[in-house]
Design a protein around this ligand. Sequence first.
Ligand code: EPZ
Length: 445
Amino acid sequence: MPGILPTVFTAFMDKFLVRGGKPLKGKIEIGGAKNSALPCLAATLLTPETVTLHNVPYVKDLITQRRLLEDLGATVLTPELRTHKVTARNVQIYEAPYELVKTMRASVLALGPLLARFGQAKVSLPGGCAIGTRPIDLHLKAFEQLGATVSLESGDVVARAPKGRLVGNNIEFEKVTVTGTENVMMAAALGSGKTVIKNAAQEPEIEDLAELLNKMGARIKGAGTPVIEIEGVEALGGAEHTIIPDRIETGTFMVAAAITHGELEIKSCRPEHIKAVINKLREAGVEIEELNQSTLHVRCGSGGLKAKDVTTEPHPDFPTDMQAQYMALMTQAEGESKVIETIFENRFMHASELIRMGADINISGNTAVVRGKTKLMGAPIIASDLRASASLVLAALCAEGETLIDRVYHIDRGYETIVRKFRSLGADIQRITESIAIAADESAK
Ligand code: EPZ
């Protein structure tokens, strides 16, 4: 109808403007681990008592997780920004809706706790994401082995514990899965009898979750090893727990020191959780000193960076969540390196953006061949996922000229106040917020 103006919504799209070439210097504090805080918050659903979590990172994914808990009926108090006091006494809804799950796959971590405590759960089946199809078939198969019935109804996973309680069993994962291990560990904690998980993930975040669950009264042994034993208990209680430091944020700042030929003291980290990255960076010529159990001193060695091959594997080997950052570093290393990605089938999206900046990278299947050292030039580029965006910021910090990075909402999902942190180390980086007008589809009204 002529004359009726369409409804326009304003959306805000942040970008980063980076002027590269400045060596980063100074001290940086590492925040709590996103990938531990997410399952630990989900674990609060296992008890009506209050669970207090400290060192919860203030990042978008945790804000989403908090919203999920509140939507389910839990109360979440934050006496301090990074302390969450969660009481899931009045949970009456056992459903993680599509609206939330589509923004954060880790919402599937509600499945185990809801099923274990309430005997039922409905969680929207997460779709694929930029880095891969990422099915949850292994989670669901394991729940069936614990006695649950699992069905897919209009895009939702509907799980029920027929006997009202899950029953312990031996579970062997065909493939190592981090959230799969976490989901089953939480579910089995309230099951009847004993569960043994074989080929379990061994990430430090699994150990951290098990530590919290044991404080809540669970009986879990072997977390952090390939075999986890869980003696189910009738009920779990409240607890207080401090989330471990984020090893991927630690690794990202280690690469930042090396790629800008700077010098950083990285504090409140846990070097023991990131040994494979420390060893690989040392091989590549980065000087890394463990000043103590929670502090690293990092700088680029006088001999410069050397190309070294890497293959991503489950912990304790080189983490896939550091692959993109490492690829950026290898563009600045002398020689040819192979970066082999074995965990996710589509985790080289950052490569094409690095090539736009002048990098020499050839991809074939799950192998990227990086030739260096190449001079990177500033350019407009686009982030595609959380770790890809981190690698693009690192490349921009050592590039000549200005780089404009679009879709940085990805980085806000997992890095806390990243611009402020880099600026505190001397980086020339700023966040640009652009408002864009979106015409609403009038017919939808
Ligand atoms: C966790 O994802 C992390 N996320 C990811 O970090 C990390 O990349 C990944 O583990 C691997 O280390 C959280 O902890 C919230 P997986 P998760 O199940 O648990 C396949 C980041 O950047 N698989 O260990 O979803 C799967 O497709 C994020 O912070 C199945 O086939 O990963 C993948 O190829 C990104 N069926 C492999 O296993 C299943 O049921 C490992 O996935 C489950 C997984």
